[in-house]
Write a protein that binds this ligand. Structure first.
Ligand code: GLA
Length: 397
């Protein structure tokens, strides 16, 4: 049925670590860094909008130990081969370094901030987060690593700074002009809550994630995409263009999401380019949907929440144009299923994952039916799992 294979148990990690590097398990620290879903508020974190993500109970595990020399060694149980560096080097992006780029990106930003590492260290990772799958495997890696290094070397970098380091690494090292949402929720998430984050001010508030008999099911298109190769940066520039047009017309706003829907309707004719107008409309209405969704969840109105998820997907399909056959098939098939209150793509889009809010007694039939439709339309299987909320990055061993 395309369900995800047996999960990795992090209790095994210290043993595997000493098998690889030698020494004693007692010196090995293990950190867990979660994946995230974004319940609603898509592509507006970089437009000063409000977003509503939650950390989920799928983690990347990272074991670390200081070395007596200046070497840095990375290994990952999923990928063969080691990467070896030195604390003295100038870290720069190199395609052949594959996942190690995410880690070096963090080290480069730590250096820029003036932090110093007195010695090298070794790392072994394992993960239950599908890579490139739209639930933020890359941010889990960045924030998990930044937190583990900070904690191990007692650098005292706080959680919000951890998130910013991750974002800076994406911008300056990986070439993706992402917003702050993913890194922020991974650094600050709390079990049993979702978090409403105001991306203009970085003020945030936890809302109890009380879903009664309903669960979020994550649906992976299994269409792997790299954000650096996608149209992500182009979408961001289009929003900046639309903003600039409105500012040049004398509107005193510094972000698109400062506009209410009513104000937008008044000024939208200034944006004459049809594509730019669609991009901006998505942002303004999506921001309003976040406020409505948080209110719906707080008042226990899950039906309303579900409808807002559907509207969000439609706007991402028609106005923001970041969905595609795979995500549309998952979301739109889900929306028609019995026991499903709503569904939408989550994350950047262009592939990756969608989420659906499904009655717990209907999850099996839901998965079976959506899988059938997906396979017949797309030609290969999707992956499914029901998730619970999780904690932000933390040390577990
Ligand atoms: C990616 C980015 C986030 C955000 C989402 C879309 O996940 O990393 O900053 O822009 O896409 O909402």
């Amino acid at each position: 049925m395309g369900l995800t294979a047996k999960e990795y148990d992090p209790k095994d990690l210290p043993g595997e670590f000493v098998e690889l590097y030698g020494g004693e398990t007692s010196d090995v620290r293990v950190y867990a860094s979660p994946a995230r879903i974004n319940i609603i508020g898509e592509h507006i974190d970089y437009n000063g909008g409000k977003v509503f993500p939650a950390a989920i109970d799928r983690y990347l595990y990272l074991a670390i130990r200081k070395r007596s020399d200046s070497k840095i060694i990375y290994n990952d149980l999923r990928f063969p081969g080691s990467y070896v560096f030195d604390i003295g080097e100038n870290f720069s992006y190199d395609k052949k370094n594959d996942y190690a780029n995410y880690l070096n990106g963090i080290l480069s930003q730590i250096k820029v901030q003036g932090y110093k590492l007195p010695c090298g260290f070794e790392i072994l990772m394992a993960s239950n987060v599908p890579a490139g799958g739209g639930i933020s495997s890359s941010s889990a890696l960045e924030c998990g690593f930044a937190y583990a290094v900070s904690d191990t070397f007692e650098l005292g970098i706080d959680r919000i700074e951890i998130a910013k380091l991750g974002q800076m690494s994406e911008h300056n090292f990986m070439g993706v002009n992402c917003g702050i949402m993913d890194q922020f929720i991974i650094a600050t998430g709390k079990k049993n809550t979702a978090e409403m984050l105001n991306c203009a001010t970085l003020e945030y508030e936890y809302a109890p994630l009380e879903l009664g008999d309903y669960r979020f099911v994550v649906m992976n298109t299994n269409k792997v995409r790299k954000l650096s190769d996608s149209k992500y940066n182009e979408r961001r520039s289009q929003c900046e263009e639309a903003l600039k047009i409105l500012q040049d017309k004398g509107l005193g706003i510094s972000e698109l999401c400062e506009l209410t829907p009513a104000k937008w309707e008044e000024v939208k004719s200034f944006v004459t380019d049809e594509v730019l107008q669609k991009r901006a409309r998505h942002c303004v209405y999506e921001n309003q949907r976040v406020l409505d969704a948080v209110a719906a969840l707080k008042s226990g109105d899950l039906k309303k929440l579900g409808l807002l998820l559907n509207e969000s997907h439609n706007s991402l399909k028609e106005d923001y144009e970041v969905t595609g056959l795979e995500l549309d098939t998952l979301a739109e098939t889900s929306q028609k299923e019995e026991g499903c209150l709503g569904a939408r793509m989550t994350g950047a889009g262009f592939g990756g994952c969608a989420i659906a809010l499904v009655h717990k007694d209907k999850i099996d039939s839901f998965i079976e039916n959506v899988q059938k439709e997906y396979t017949s339309k797309v030609g290969y299987e999707a992956g499914f799992f029901a998730c619970e909320s999780g904690d932000g990055v933390k040390r577990i061993i």
